[in-house]
Write a protein that binds this ligand. Structure first.
Ligand code: G6P
Length: 609
């Protein structure tokens, strides 16, 4: 999730406008930044690793005397943070910035290399610059962009310049955000309105498969099919901070709502449904070693630990590999039995958690094969593991992890299919899991339609001081994660427990003031879960049940309140069941007046032991 900005107009300080815009977009990622400004038909590009201030030091006099330019603040997805991987990317006279993922960049890159193109970065984005440059041999700028669009697949917002047509800027949007600001002196476009509102409150929201051609005086929107499109200008009513949150009250809520795209981005370009295969580029180098692995140990902390627990169930049931999950903070203080037939997987959003890093170093020391499931590209865990899979979830700002969690689960599904198909998972099973995984972004969206009901339930239960979160099999880890969320955000004491184990002790706590949230999807343990609900009801405890759509009426006989989630494969229910629990925690925290984005005593990334 990078941030991009473009400016074209009559004002003579494009460099200034772009730098200012980048600073406001830094929350979208800040491992490197770059800018390309035009003066006449001469371009000048500057890049720097780190925050925008580093770039600012380099740009000097080009802040002014420039009427057009593009800029980018990067959150790495392909290629580590470095000057050469920073945007803008160029080929010949074409310069561009990109936010998104080009799924088929490898095959396009190979074709372009054969045609003599020389690449200077490891990014997927650079391919687009070369492609447009290639088509520019026989076409004007606009035609070349249209031609390139026929070839690229994936999610992208692109803003492009050509030194051959210095009075023109072209932008496209497909599944990555892009907003146009219509100011008195020109046009500012950006990934979100936070980089625009200081110039104008008049905006145009682009839709997918739209292309815009700008000159300093005007702009024209076309569809990818080449038809002109009328777009209505709207008036922005947000302040700076609201714009960064895209109108959501908190980053946490925004990130909960980003989960359909976080899941889609995690699986984008990594699924070959017809062959029932997961394509994981980051594991290519260790593919043969993984074939020989006899055991998996997952090490992680907090929410990432709960994701690991779901992974254990998936990997054992579908890949047939004995798997254990360990709190990273415990791992190295006992005597972990690791050998070269053991894969030790670190799951970490930040890639910097000290406990997880220490566990990985210990595993390496003992000769294990180390893998990372990491969101932050180029982070220490990503660098120190032998191989890994990036989440592509974009930066998570809210301290309580939400979209990183569903993204981690998506990756664990892919990994299960990858390892399972190396072993005895059938083609049919591979296809079944992957085609259902593909449907999850839409199914998560459906849960949001029940938002009012979830908020009502949250408001009703905030008065209690303690709660149980119970689940069985795949949803036991979700009970743990639900309890963790409500503890973190609303400071309600909660215990995440296996619903079958509850009767062996904790049930003593149940009374009318100790409610339980129970995960009761219609799965293979549904009847057992119903028994747990009955045991609680018999002791006067209140129950909120999370169940599968269509089962509401039946479960209402047992539960006080019900939240429905769409039907899916049992192994995938955690990706849906966690969403209402995140919302419950969020609404409870808001109701109690807490700062849900920055809960007390917590840090987003804990880099000390
Ligand atoms: C901190 C955060 C948690 C997070 C955990 C692991 O404790 O507050 O939200 O789950 O670290 O972080 P990681 O970046 O390794 O996933």
């Amino acid at each position: 999730m990078c941030g991009i900005v473009g400016y074209i107009g009559k004002d003579n300080n494009a460099g200034e406008v772009l730098l200012e815009g980048l600073k406001r977009l830094e929350y979208r990622g800040y491992d490197s930044a770059g800018i390309c400004v035009m003066s006449g038909n001469k371009s000048k590009t500057f890049k720097a690793v780190g925050k925008v201030v580093e770039l600012e030091k380099k740009i000097g006099k080009y802040r002014t005397d420039t009427t057009m330019g593009i800029a980018h603040t990067r959150w790495a997805t392909h290629g580590k943070p470095s000057v050469k991987n920073a945007h803008p990317h160029s080929s010949g006279k074409i310069h561009l910035v990109h936010n998104g993922i080009i799924e088929n960049y490898q095959e396009l890159k190979e074709k372009l290399i054969k045609k003599g193109h020389k690449f200077s970065s490891e990014t997927d984005s650079e391919v687009v610059a070369h492609l447009i440059d290639e088509y520019s041999n026989k076409n004007d700028f606009e035609q070349a962009v249209f031609a390139a669009l026929q070839d690229i697949r994936g999610a992208y917002a692109l803003v492009m310049l050509s030194e051959d047509e210095p009075e023109k800027m072209i932008a496209v949007r497909n599944s990555s955000p892009l907003v146009i600001g219509v100011a008195d002196d020109g046009f500012v476009l950006a990934s979100d309105a936070s980089a625009i509102i200081q110039h104008t409150d008049k905006v145009v929201y682009l839709d997918d498969e739209e292309l815009v051609i700008f000159t300093p005086e005007t702009y024209k929107v076309k569809t990818f099919a080449g038809r002109n499109k009328y777009k209505k200008e709207q008036t922005l009513e947000w302040n700076d901070e609201q714009a960064q949150k895209e109108g959501y009250k908190h980053f946490m809520l925004k990130e909960i709502f980003e989960q359909p795209s976080a899941v889609a981005d995690a699986i984008r370009g990594r699924i070959i449904v017809k062959d029932g295969l997961a394509k994981l580029g980051g594991l290519v180098d260790v593919e043969d070693k993984l074939r020989d692995i006899k055991r998996i140990v997952i090490v992680s902390c907090g929410t990432s630990y709960c994701a690991g627990l779901v992974g254990e169930y998936m990997l054992e049931e579908y890949a047939g590999i004995p798997t254990e999950v360990e709190y990273a903070s415990e791992f190295r203080y006992r005597k972990p039995l690791i050998d070269k037939k053991t894969a030790v997987i670190a799951i970490s959003q930040s890639g910097e958690t000290a406990d997880t890093l220490a566990a990985i170093r210990e595993a390496k020391n003992k000769g294990g094969l180390t893998l990372g499931i990491v969101n932050a590209v180029g982070s220490t865990i990503a660098r120190e593991t032998d191989a890994g899979i990036y989440n592509h979830a974009g930066p998570e700002v809210g301290v309580a992890s939400t979209k990183a969690f569903t993204s981690q689960l998506s990756i664990l599904v892919l990994l299960t299919v990858f390892l399972g198909r190396q072993r005895d998972m059938s083609l049919t099973m591979g296809k079944k899991i992957l085609s259902e995984l593909n449907k999850l972004p839409k199914k998560i969206d459906e849960i949001f339609e029940d938002g009012k009901n979830i908020k009502r339930i949250a408001n009703k239960y905030t008065k209690y001081e303690s709660m149980f979160y119970l689940g069985r099999k795949y949803n036991f880890p979700i009970a743990m994660e639900g309890a963790l969320k409500i503890k973190e955000i609303s400071y309600i004491h909660a215990e995440g427990y296996p619903s079958g184990e509850m009767k062996h002790g904790p049930i003593a706590l149940i009374d009318k003031d100790f409610p339980s949230v129970i995960l009761a999807p219609k799965d293979s343990v549904y009847d057992k879960t119903l028994s747990a609900i009955e045991e609680i009801k018999a002791r006067g405890g209140k129950v909120v049940a999370i169940t599968t759509v269509g089962n509401e009426e039946k479960i209402k006989k047992h539960a006080n309140d019900v939240i429905e989630i769409p039907k899916t494969l049992e192994m995938l229910t955690p990706l849906l069941a966690v969403v209402p629990l995140q919302l419950l925690a969020y609404y409870a925290g808001v109701k109690k007046g807490f700062d849900v984005d920055k809960p007390r005593n917590l840090a987003k990334s804990v880099t000390v032991e």
